[in-house]
Ligand binder design. Sequence first.
Ligand code: GLA
Length: 422
Amino acid sequence: MTGDVAVDRVAAPDVERTAATAREIFQRSLGGEPAGLWAAPGRVNLIGEHVDYAGGTSLPLALPHRTVVAARPREDGRVRVISAWAPEEPWEGALADVRPAGQDGAVAGWPAYPVGVLWALAQREGRLGEVTGLDLAVASDVPVGAGLSSSAALTCSTALAVAELAGVPSSAPGAGADEDALRVELVAACVRAENEGAGSPTGGMDQQASLRARAGHLLLLDAADGTVEHVPLALEEHGLVLLVVDTRANHALVDGQYAARRAACDRAAALLGTPHLARAARGSSVLDVLDRLRAAGAEAEVLRRARHVLTEEERTRALVALLRAGRPGDVGPLLDASHASLREDHEVSSPELDVVTDAARAAGALGARMTGGGFGGSALALVREGDVDAVAEAVTRAAVHAGHPRPQLVAVVAAAGASRVG
Ligand code: GLA
């Protein structure tokens, strides 16, 4: 297959086409003009995986790919949503009748996400709760089911639209303390929309990245207190490329496996008497914490899950230290170790993810790991510019040889968080 493996290079967001599609669907299906258009990105997480729900540290970046919503407020309490990917599946109803997932009145399918945002915001006091009716048309170039947070891109673009339609200004992420406070509030509403509105468990990392990331930076996110730092990601000047490999093996969070990982981590935290498992080894060591867990009666499975969280926290800190020391080319072994831990201890990898990460390493990638929730979805590989084609070809060949779907390859840069685009 020499020469026929294409690596898409997305150097900067190209929202214009997606925005035009959203506007067009709006005009055609909902009638008239939207009051504005807002875009929010998907994310890829460099390291710090499956730790956000255990109070740990993650290091995502916002992708150039984004979801655009064209929106217009309504005065009558009704909501109409339509999307480019399922135009035959619009949703319309009264916001007052919407109920959380699992109850009569719950919204099914993709509309549960944007409607869930309105529902979550409507529970709040103040201006954010004032928009109770909305017309919304959605278009997106964030791959769906790829573990790149298409759902966060959808909830976050909707939340920003609602905030601005309510008269709360939405300048760039990180523009100042007020702006950040608004985005923190929107993150909470989006997490609630996904957890309660759509019944999809999520730990919050994706929404933080989508709303708060800065271009050219990783978002160093401490899930224990919600604080963030922006860490520069200088790959190009070191001749490095971050390759995202979408295995196209479907990834879904709603099947109980993700919730089971959370439950095991909650149990470990309870046995230790701490709210944040990921922080438990600060001031002692991973081995000490595991000994304490064993003494408290933790089952073998709970011990393995805890070991993943505790060691991942150490790897994340080590990786950030390398980046801050100007050594991004040295982080590869930490990425590899993260993958091994997710595969062996947390058991969230999949044959598709293992095959492509092994192949990437064998073809010269400096490091490779699954990224996001796992069980399919995407992997990432850190690759020297000159090795990109060889790695892409090896990854594709290995996946096809194993009888897996042909992966989709994208070289990405760290883009900015959500913003108004029209
Ligand atoms: C999913 C969740 C996130 C996070 C990752 C794993 O993407 O939505 O909150 O837990 O899995 O790191």
